[in-house]
Design a protein around this ligand. Sequence first.
Ligand code: ATP
Ligand code: MG
Length: 425
Amino acid sequence: MVSKLKNIDPYFRPILESLSELADKLNARVYLVGGVVRDLMLGERMFDLDIVVEADAIEFAHKFADIHKKQFKKHHAFGTATVFFDNHHIDFVTARSEIYSGFGALPRVLPASLRDDLLRRDFTINAMAISLNKSDYGKLVDYYCGEKDLKDGVIRVLHNNSFMDDPTRILRAIRFEQRFSFKLERHTLRLAKKAIGENAFSLVNPHRLREELILLLKEPHPRKYIKRLQELKILPLMDKNIRLNKNDFHIIARIEQAIEFYRASFKRHRQLEEWLIYFMAILYRLKSNDAAKFLDTFGFRKGEKIRILSLYDNMDKVKQLNKKVLPHVIYKMLNPLSFENIIFFYAYYREKKIRKHIEIFLDKLIGIHLKLKGEDLRRLGFKPPTLYGKLFERLLYAKIDKGFKTLEEEVSEAHIIFENCQSKH
Ligand code: ATP
Ligand code: MG
């Protein structure tokens, strides 16, 4: 037998051996399963491990955590537990079968054998296991020809009702298809189209759809994933007003470039939530109250919602950057916006001036602040303090436009502004 664990990352070797020992000690069958097996066979890097135990997984995980003195968390409702290592975690689940009552509801869960557990999974390539027991350590368990499909580059469901049982699997199918440049097997594709045609998504908890959609947009190069969503007519099922056109795909392509540019040029700025920018491209042509409804229905978080909706308020404002303007005008316009909004606009607008102004903002204007403080103004005898707010704002704009470097420059400008203010009063 060729062990599938022969080429495993050396970091994981002692962990798997320790699992193996405990399995034999407790006389339980224990397997590595799912995506991690697929990734191992593709030669991809491993991160988190999924373990199926043909016994009480919570008890097993608890003992394993004790041995390694690691944190342990159980989820009683699901019969699962997680053990946390420094940079990754291990999920344990009791082998189980799932009975779907239909209508998109969550399934009933019963303890079962590994075979049943693999049958509840989404695709053949995700339904393989590797034994960790000593007697057959490293042996592949592959009831559904996952290894062959992996070689052939095929995504295949395990049974005809799979997409109706859980329509989020359609999004997962697209994710794996595009990630590995695989193909949906013909019959599987037909089943997916049939489920889409029957509007299967309407039965699913929208929050689960959002989670899968975000995972899809978090993959590298989401454009091809969104294209596939479009081909399969999935987006209008989430909201009938979402109809991407050719221009939207140009914008999405430019978002990919804009993100690359940002990553390469502004390493010290905060990391973007890139998926959110793609979401903006999906939603920006909706009316703002329709977009708000969509975001509520799908349970987007407050911060995400604010960033997406602020697109609508700023679309026209940012257009004003298409002319010669002083740097402080750029600052005033862009500083209140999220980075995600700014990158969206950078991709959305093709006008050279707007793009140049955004570059200036990102490159030179972000983070500019005054050296002068309120106490300096007090010490210098500026009165009354109620004018300080206005003064600081004008001083900052002057600093931006004139490029002050020193405190002295700020002080002398403060005097000028202040005299101006007073003469107006
Ligand atoms: P990724 O590499 O993106 O994490 P994954 O295959 O590991 O992909 P997970 O969501 O981490 O996906 O799930 C782990 C495993 O659980 C899958 O490989 C699959 O066997 C099973 N699984 C996850 N979601 C579903 C689902 N909706 N229906 C059936 N099986 C699922
Ligand atoms: Mg995974």
